[in-house]
Design a protein around this ligand. Structure first.
Ligand SMILES: Cc1cc2nc3c(=O)[nH]c(=O)nc-3n(C[C@H](O)[C@H](O)[C@H](O)COP(=O)(O)OP(=O)(O)OC[C@H]3O[C@@H](n4cnc5c(N)ncnc54)[C@H](O)[C@@H]3O)c2cc1C
Length: 397
């Protein structure tokens, strides 16, 4: 058997899942390269803990890529600067690579600069340092207006802004200052987690009603005025804030735009089962067999015309499917089953409770998702995402 090289672009939640699964399915002469520009790995979900103070530092929630435990996964510390899916070549700032199989798992980039006034004023919840800055402000807070502002959709983890609001509400109660704190969510969405259907949206609204959190839908921010502490919207009047928790607009990494791989969704269209890059989303014609995109970077169209949410659990499920497909191709085995669109989440509602939601996102005519009441067990299960840090990495160099 000829030795092959699989190149995984991006060593985040999806990319590292793909690398680990593939390593378990093919023999050691087959190379697995992970090209990742960051020297550390962390999960976005840990930012909520940094915000509340449950996690104390970036160091605590991250691991060094150099400490990847599993032999046979080669980390290339580099920035991907170009990609030719036809030739299966990848350009980086430190050299070029050619692969037999490519997995694009570059995630999303944040674009705070797209909203005038956002940078330097809003604390960016989606950045670990921003989450710590929120906590530092909370420590000085004795009351006031906290605004959780979603600056564009789609964004990672559709529940996260609402979780942040509920965690802040629980924090204010614990501090004994709830009567002096207003908490409001402003978002361009029509309902929370719209892709999961109206019942799930209503369930999230009910959680917020129970906690006295205000929510304001169809509010697209236009700019933030740091001097007057006002958020201005494209429609409707401005609102005042004392502490601004922001979720910046997201976009696909520039290198994929430059490679011409995105469609009108702004992301990379892929086959819903195989995750191979599509040339035509209507006929599901695969453009480059053996070239895959998974996780946040991928546009997976659902039967209700919406996109599969950008969440780590989907990145993980897709990564497992792609690893199995690559292994089958390498080992000369039949094609394995494709991705089935099932996913789940734990919505943190504060007070050590999380609600488990799960469903079939490939159902017709749209996703069928249910959500249970919040439990302590749900909260513990959510914390277990962070087990990946110890499963994949040794603790210190
Ligand atoms: C606050 C918050 C809470 C969340 N909560 C949850 C949750 O409860 N459940 C859940 O399922 N998901 C959650 N998510 C979402 C989850 O983190 C993402 O959906 C998941 O990380 C997507 O995985 P990915 O591999 O597609 O992208 P990522 O994990 O973002 O990985 C992409 C990687 O590519 C690298 N990269 C990008 N461009 C380049 C380049 N040019 N060259 C080299 N490397 C590059 C990046 O450095 C990054 O490491 C949350 C996210 C946030 C921010």
């Amino acid at each position: 058997m000829t030795a092959t090289t699989t190149i995984i672009l991006g060593g985040g939640w999806g990319g590292l899942t793909a690398a680990h699964h593939l390593r378990g399915l093919v023999s050691s002469e087959h190379r697995i390269l992970v090209i990742e520009r960051s020297a550390t790995f962390s999960l976005g979900v840990s930012n909520l803990g940094l915000m509340t103070g449950e996690r104390q530092s970036v160091r605590q929630i991250s691991r060094d890529m150099a400490n990847l435990k599993r032999p046979g996964i080669e980390w290339v510390h580099a920035e991907v600067t170009g990609l030719d899916p036809e030739a299966r070549t990848v350009e980086t700032n430190v050299g070029n690579h050619i692969g037999d199989h490519l997995v694009v798992a570059l995630g999303t980039e944040l674009a705070p600069e797209a909203i005038p006034g956002f940078e330097g004023v809003a604390h960016n919840l989606y950045d670990a340092e921003g989450a710590i800055a929120i906590h530092e402000d909370l420590e000085q807070c004795d009351g006031g207006r906290i605004a959780v502002l979603v600056a564009g959709a789609p964004f990672r983890c559709p529940a996260a802004p609402y979780e942040a609001a509920m965690l802040l509400e629980a924090w204010a109660r614990e501090q004994g200052i709830r009567d002096r704190v207003d908490i409001d969510v402003y978002t361009p969405e029509g309902i929370p987690m719209a892709v999961a259907g109206p019942e799930i949206g209503a369930a999230l609204c009910a959680f917020m009603d129970d906690r006295g959190i205000g929510y304001h839908f169809n509010r697209q921010v236009a700019r933030i005025d740091a001097t007057s502490h006002m958020i201005e919207f494209e429609d409707g009047g401005p609102v005042a804030y004392d502490l601004l928790v922001g979720i910046p607009p997201h976009r696909v990494p520039k290198v994929l735009q430059e490679a011409g791989l995105i469609d009108s969704s702004g992301y990379v269209p892929v086959h819903p089962q195989t995750l191979e890059l599509l040339s035509d989303v209507d006929t599901l014609a695969v453009h480059y067999p053996g070239v895959y995109a998974i996780g946040d970077v991928a546009a997976v169209r659902l039967l209700n015309s919406m996109l599969l949410p950008k969440a780590g659990v989907f990145a993980e499920g897709e990564a497992q499917v792609v690893a199995a497909a690559i292994a089958a191709a390498i080992n000369g085995e039949p094609k394995p089953r494709g991705f089935d669109g099932h996913g789940f989440c734990y919505v943190d509602v504060g007070d050590g409770l999380a609600a488990y939601g799960t469903g079939d996102f490939y159902a017709y005519p749209g996703p069928r998702v249910t959500m249970q009441d919040p439990t302590t067990r749900g909260r513990r299960a959510k914390e277990e995402y962070e087990d990946l840090l110890d499963i994949w990495f040794s603790v210190e160099s």
